[in-house]
Design a protein around this ligand. Structure first.
Ligand code: ADP
Length: 545
C-alpha cells in the first residue's frame, strides 16, 4: 500500500518559490566586483532568476545542457543557482583558481554551452575561449555600460542586457527530482579532475539537513556570510539552505582579505559565517594587532581542512564566537559531519569539551559512516582505532560524471563511498580525521597523524601556518618534519619549536626537524598542497641521515 500524501518532486525551483512567497522581503547584500554594495530581496532574486530561465529558453538550450559560471559570491551568481537549475539545466560552477588549461579541460569535458563570468576573470576567459568550442554564448556578469570593448570574445554579452530583454514571468518546469542540477569538479591534485553531478533531490535533502540545529543551524534570524566560495561545492549548500530558511545573505564578492570581510560583517550585522581555516587565519591576523572585536558574529563553521584547536580557542575565548568544526567533500555535496556537543557533555569541564570540539564531529542524518581495515572489516568506535573512512547516503556520489563508480559493496550489498580519509570514531559517534590516507606518516610500522603534528605547531604564538610531511628514513621508513611560516614580526628557532612539542605528543611522534619556509603552497580551495611542498623540499635531507 502506498501512502496517500501529495507526491511533489524535490526541485531546486521549489526553494526559490518558497523564499519568494514566505520571506520575499528577506535581504541579500553583495559587494560587487564594481566595488559598491548591492542590495535586494529574495523577491527580486526570484524574479531575476525567472528572467534568466527565459533567456536560457530563448537560446534554445536543451534540458540538462550545462551552463557554467566563473564567479565570486554575489547576487548574479545566486540567480544562476536558481535560474539555471530551476529551468532544468545543469549549473557547472568552475573554480577560477584552477590553471587555465585545466579550466579549458573541464569546460570541454562538461560540454558547457554558456559561460557567465565576473569581469575579474576576463583575462582567464580570453585565455580559454578559443579552446572551448562547445560554448555558444559568453556572458559577462555586468551592466551593459561595463561590457569591455574589443575583448576578443565573440558575441560577448552583458548579463544585465541579456536577462533584461526577457520577461520575469515563467512557470518553473516540473520533472523527476533525480534530474541533474549542478556539477563541481574536484581539484584533481592527482590525475584529471573528476566531477560530482548533484541532483535536485540530493541538493534539496542536503539543504534541509544543513539547516538543522546540530548542523549549520541556519534561521530567519541570522545574517549569513558565506566566505566559502559559490564556485566550489555550492558554497557548502548555503545558498539553498538560505532560501529554505529566509536568513539574510551577505556576499563578499572578490574582497576576501581580513579587513574587507571584517568591515562587511560589522556593516551588515553578520551573525554567522562559513569558511576554510586559511581564510579565518587571515581574519584573525587582521583583528589581533588592531584590537577590533566582533559586535554581532556569534557562530562560524570552519571546515575543508582540519581546524587547528588554537583557532577554535581564539574565536571562543578572545571573541566569544562559537566554532563549528565541519567535515565534508565535493563528492558529499559536501556536508558529512559537524561538531556540536551532546547534552551529556554540557557538564564537562571546558578543556574536556574542547577535546570533543576539535573533532570533525557527528554524522548528519542522511550520512552513515564507518571505519574499516585494509580488508574492508568494520573497526570499533573506540576513539582510538583508526581506519579508512567510508560513507553512504542520498547526497553522496554514486558515480563520477562520465567516469567510474568508486563505491565498495559490503556483505549486505550496501555500497559505500571511500573518502580517502583515515579517521577514528568514538563511542558517541564523533569522528576525527587523522589524515588523508596519502598524507599519513608511517614510522616504524606505526602511523603518525600529520594533522596532530600541525595542530600542535599552530598552538605556538609565532606560527602562522604548519604543514607536516613524512620524509624517507632508512630505519623507520618515514619520519615527520614540519614546515612552518612565521607570523609577521615574530621569531622562533628550530630548537624552541621542537621543545614546544615536549609533553604534547608521544616522544616518537615529535618531528625530526622544523623547516622555515616563506609560504606553504595552497591549492585552488585554500588547502595546503603537500604534493607541492614535497617538490619544494625535494633536496631536503633529514638531520643525521
Ligand atoms: P578538493 O577541495 O580537493 O576538491 P574537497 O573539498 O572535496 O576536495 O576535499 C575533501 C577533503 O578535505 C576531505 O576528504 C578531507 O581530507 C579534507 N577535509 C575537509 N574538511 C576537513 C576537516 N574539517 N578536517 C580535516 N580534513 C578535512
Amino acid at each position: 500500500m502506498l501512502g496517500l500524501m501529495q507526491d511533489q518532486p524535490l526541485l531546486i525551483s521549489s526553494l526559490i518559490e518558497f523564499a519568494e512567497r514566505h520571506h520575499g522581503d528577506g535581504e541579500i547584500v553583495s559587494r560587487r566586483v564594481e566595488g559598491d554594495i548591492h542590495r535586494y530581496t529574495y523577491r527580486d532574486l526570484a524574479a531575476r532568476s525567472r528572467r534568466l530561465a527565459n533567456a536560457l529558453d530563448a537560446l534554445q538550450l536543451q534540458f540538462s545542457d550545462r551552463v557554467a559560471s566563473l564567479a565570486w559570491n554575489g547576487y548574479r551568481h545566486l540567480e544562476m543557482y536558481f535560474g539555471v537549475s530551476g529551468s532544468g539545466r545543469v549549473l557547472h560552477t568552475i573554480n577560477p583558481r584552477l590553471h587555465p588549461d585545466q579550466i579549458a579541460w573541464i569546460m570541454n569535458h562538461a560540454e558547457d554551452r554558456v559561460l557567465c563570468f565576473d569581469l575579474s576573470f576576463l583575462p582567464l576567459v580570453q585565455a580559454v575561449h578559443a579552446k572551448c568550442p562547445t560554448v555558444k554564448k559568453w556572458v559577462a556578469l555586468c551592466d551593459a555600460d561595463r561590457l569591455p570593448q574589443d575583448s576578443g570574445i565573440p558575441g560577448l554579452a552583458s548579463y544585465e542586457e541579456w536577462i533584461g530583454g526577457h520577461p520575469s514571468d515563467y512557470v518553473w518546469p516540473q520533472f523527476d527530482e533525480n534530474t541533474a542540477s549542478s556539477m563541481c569538479y574536484t581539484s584533481g591534485t592527482t590525475g584529471d579532475p573528476k566531477a560530482a553531478l548533484y541532483s535536485h533531490r540530493s541538493t534539496t535533502l542536503h539543504a534541509y539537513a544543513a539547516a538543522l540545529p546540530d548542523v549549520m543551524c541556519l534561521s530567519a534570524r541570522d545574517s549569513v556570510l558565506p566566505v566559502v566560495p559559490m564556485f566550489h561545492v555550492n558554497a557548502w549548500g548555503i545558498p539553498y539552505s538560505a532560501a529554505l530558511t529566509g536568513c539574510k545573505l551577505v556576499f563578499p564578492g572578490p574582497a576576501m582579505d581580513g579587513k574587507s570581510i571584517y568591515e562587511l560583517m560589522e556593516a551588515e550585522g553578520v551573525t554567522y559565517a562559513a569558511g576554510v581555516p586559511t581564510v579565518w587565519q587571515m581574519l584573525l591576523s587582521h583583528l589581533k594587532p588592531t584590537g577590533l572585536k566582533f559586535s554581532t558574529l556569534k557562530r562560524t563553521v570552519i571546515g575543508g581542512s582540519a581546524c587547528p584547536p588554537a583557532m577554535i580557542t581564539a574565536f571562543q575565548d578572545d571573541y566569544g564566537v562559537e566554532v563549528l568544526h565541519a567535515w565534508g567533500m565535493t563528492e558529499m555535496s559536501p556536508l558529512g559531519t559537524l561538531c556540536t556537543l551532546k547534552n551529556k557533555h554540557l557538564s564537562l569541564p571546558k578543556d574536556e569539551q574542547m577535546k570533543i570540539l576539535q573533532k570533525q564531529g557527528r554524522a548528519i542524518y542522511g550520512v552513515d559512516m564507518k571505519i574499516v581495515d585494509g580488508n574492508g572489516k568494520e573497526l570499533p568506535w573506540d576513539g582510538k582505532t583508526y581506519g579508512d573512512l567510508l560513507v553512504r547516503g542520498p547526497w553522496i556520489l554514486d558515480t563520477y560524471y562520465q567516469g567510474d563508480s568508486p563505491l565498495m559493496p559490503d556483505a549486505q550489498g550496501r555500497n559505500w563511498f571511500p573518502t580517502g580519509d583515515v579517521a577514528t570514531i568514538d563511542a558517541d559517534g564523533f569522528m576525527q580525521i587523522t589524515d588523508r590516507s596519502k598524507d599519513v606518516i608511517k614510522s616504524g610500522g606505526e602511523w603518525i597523524s600529520s594533522i596532530d603534528i600541525e595542530n600542535i605547531a599552530m598552538g605556538h604564538p609565532a606560527i602562522a601556518m604548519a604543514a607536516c610531511i613524512g620524509m624517507p628514513h632508512p630505519k623507520w621508513d618515514e619520519r615527520p618534519i614540519v614546515a612552518v611560516t612565521l607570523k609577521p614580526g615574530m621569531q622562533a628557532t628550530r630548537e624552541e619549536l621542537l621543545q614546544f612539542y615536549e609533553g604534547k605528543t608521544a616522544k616518537w611522534q615529535i618531528p625530526d626537524d622544523v623547516v622555515f619556509v616563506d609560504a606553504i603552497p595552497l591549492g585552488a580551495t585554500g588547502k595546503m598542497l603537500k604534493v607541492k611542498l614535497r617538490e619544494v623540499l625535494k633536496d631536503y635531507q633529514l638531520p643525521g641521515v
